[in-house]
Ligand binder design. Structure first.
Ligand SMILES: CC(C)(COP(=O)(O)OP(=O)(O)OC[C@H]1O[C@@H](n2cnc3c(N)ncnc32)[C@H](O)[C@@H]1OP(=O)(O)O)[C@@H](O)C(=O)NCCC(=O)NCCS
Length: 168
């Protein structure tokens, strides 16, 4: 049976091994890593998916900002390569969205719109945003159901004041 647990209860080594498996060993070059550099993970939105004591999936969320507005960077979302396409990614995303608090900021992810569109993410409002590394504009996706006002042209990067943010 699949059981989601707080990622704080999972060993760092197990999470790193899962990420290497899902994304490959060159994953640290990805622009998403620059976006969340030196940021603390958001505990209440980060989970591991367990199957018989084995970690088979994980989701992590981080405080970032677009201009001065706080956002939550979702990802990496990772599923063990031998367990993909059986619903674990969807379970992790739904579990994380259910754990979202009323004051949490809107969410951003770099990922395939064909997958993350089903969770309410799209690239409409992100086309004027600037990232600290290469990115495909069609894969920069925002979920902002409350329509928080956000800048249309600004830099996306680590939140300079994550602990003071009213949204975390
Ligand atoms: C992408 C990922 C998180 C999806 O999780 P998963 O558990 O394998 O997928 P799920 O079982 O939740 O969903 C399967 C469905 O999504 C689709 N899907 C899976 N990955 C997809 C992708 N990258 N793009 C579009 N659709 C995708 C499948 O075709 C399937 O469609 P269906 O429901 O119509 O049959 C997982 O495959 C993974 O870790 N991949 C490697 C790392 C990665 O690319 N992570 C995402 C970037 S943060």
């Amino acid at each position: 049976m699949f059981t989601p647990i707080s990622l704080s209860r999972v060993s760092g080594e197990a999470v790193e091994a899962l990420l290497d498996d899902a994304f490959g060993l060159d994953r640290h070059q990805r622009t998403a890593y620059l976006l969340r550099q030196a940021m603390p993970v958001i505990d209440h939105l980060s989970f591991g998916m367990m199957l018989n004591d084995n970690l088979v999936g994980s989701i992590q969320c981080w405080p970032v900002a677009i201009g001065k507005a706080p956002l939550i960077l979702v990802g990496p979302v990772a599923v063990a390569s031998n367990r993909q396409n059986v619903g674990i990614g969807k379970m992790l995303m739904h579990h994380m969205l259910k754990a979202k608090r009323a004051l949490d900021a809107p969410m951003v992810i770099i990922g395939d719109p064909e997958y993350y569109g089903r969770f309410g993410f799209d690239s409409v409002a992100t086309q004027g945003w600037i990232l600290p590394g290469p990115w495909e504009p069609r894969r920069l996706l925002l979920r902002n159901p409350e329509n928080h006002p956000l800048p249309s042209h600004a830099d996306l990067g680590p939140d300079p004041q994550p602990r003071n943010s009213p949204f975390i």
